[in-house]
Write a protein that binds this ligand. Structure first.
Ligand code: FE
Length: 349
């Protein structure tokens, strides 16, 4: 660990905190916390190779050590709530607005003040007071079996409940926030009743009971279990570029269709209200939203950049352009509970 201590007070603080840490937790995790020391502690529910690479580059460029604790979003949220003011988390990175909203709703955020961030990320991709900042965008689309489906037959998400698709649709379980946010967007755009009808209709058109993740839905289409899969495009990007030739073959069997308007979610970041290294956290966010890193996110993880100065990677461009839902993203979080209720009512497993 590199520390850049500026005063005896800082050294004293390190000692106190180190003792507190030694006494407080028996885990092996390396977490440090000192005012403006050379660290930033990140709780992250994004666990992609590209994230590790960009953290290392940030360390090299700034000398600020990035300590990452990975976990599932609900676990990390619970942990931050439990830790409260004693938390080591300077920031929380996660997929899905539903999870970001939880952090805001639990009053775990602080407003990020940075002209660099403001310049990097458009207003609709950050909170009103920068209580959250988007890092990437993800489109949730329809993948279709190229042999059995003419894309001309496809139009909107709403149309997926028509007779044509009876027994043909593959989609993961409603436990996934990706689906919860999709339904939340319909609650916002079409109203609760209509969203419920859609969810019920989709359940009756499912090819099988939901199982597996987004990638497994594509595999099921390739195996002939159904004709359409609902999924986030980056999974398909990862499959097309997989080292496993079987995955590549599977991915090549499907085409990508963007319903109009397309549901777009984000992955994003909040700075913890109780951060002890908030300055470093903001520096890291400035870096993560920079053109350099945004290009990495799209080139290596096939997500859409949140910084509009960076173009989506070639593969994404080859799938075409789309019109995103015109929606205030915080609504995805606000309607999350309602969406979960509807899924339970209509029996979407
Ligand atoms: Fe994912």
């Amino acid at each position: 660990m590199k520390f850049k201590m500026k005063s005896k007070i800082a050294i004293a603080m390190v000692s106190v905190l180190s003792l507190a840490l030694l006494a407080g937790c028996g885990s092996q995790e390396q977490v440090e916390s000192t005012e403006e020391s050379g660290v930033v502690n990140v709780y992250s529910a994004r666990h992609y190779d590209v994230d590790k690479e960009v953290f290392l580059k940030f360390e090299d460029a700034t000398g600020i050590k990035v300590n990452v604790i990975e976990g599932k979003a609900p676990e990390l949220l619970e942990r931050m709530k439990r830790e409260g003011a004693d938390t080591q988390a300077d920031m929380f990175i996660t997929a899905d607005m539903a999870n970001i909203y939880q952090a805001i709703d639990s009053e775990l955020t602080q407003n990020v003040e940075s002209e660099i961030v403001d310049a990097n990320i458009p207003e609709n991709l950050r909170g009103e007071n920068n209580e959250w900042i988007a890092l990437t965008q993800r489109a949730r689309v329809i993948a279709y079996d190229k042999e059995k489906v003419n894309p001309q037959e496809l139009s909107t998400y709403e149309d997926l409940v028509s007779e044509r698709w009876a027994g043909k649709i593959l989609v993961r379980s409603s436990d996934s926030t990706y689906n919860q946010s999709l339904l939340a967007s319909f609650i916002e755009l079409n109203g609760e009743e209509s969203a419920k009808e859609w969810a019920a209709g989709l359940v009756s058109n499912m090819a099988r009971e939901p199982e597996g993740g987004d990638r497994d839905q594509v595999k099921a289409v390739a195996a002939g279990e159904g004709e359409l899969a609902i999924l986030n495009t980056y999974y398909l990007g990862l499959m097309v570029n997989s080292k496993d030739p079987e995955e590549v073959k599977v991915a090549e069997k499907v085409g990508v269709f963007f319903p109009e308007p397309t549901h777009v979610n984000i992955s994003g970041v909040i700075v913890n209200k109780y951060s002890k290294n908030a300055g470093n956290a903001v520096k890291l966010i400035e870096y993560l939203t920079s053109e350099e890193v945004q290009k990495q996110y799209t080139d290596k993880n096939f997500e859409y950049p949140a910084n509009p100065n960076v173009e989506p990677t070639e593969l994404l461009k080859s799938w075409g352009e789309f019109k995103p839902q015109d929606i205030n993203l915080s609504k995805l979080g606000e309607y999350n509970k309602k969406a979960v209720e509807i899924f339970n009512e209509v029996g979407w497993k």
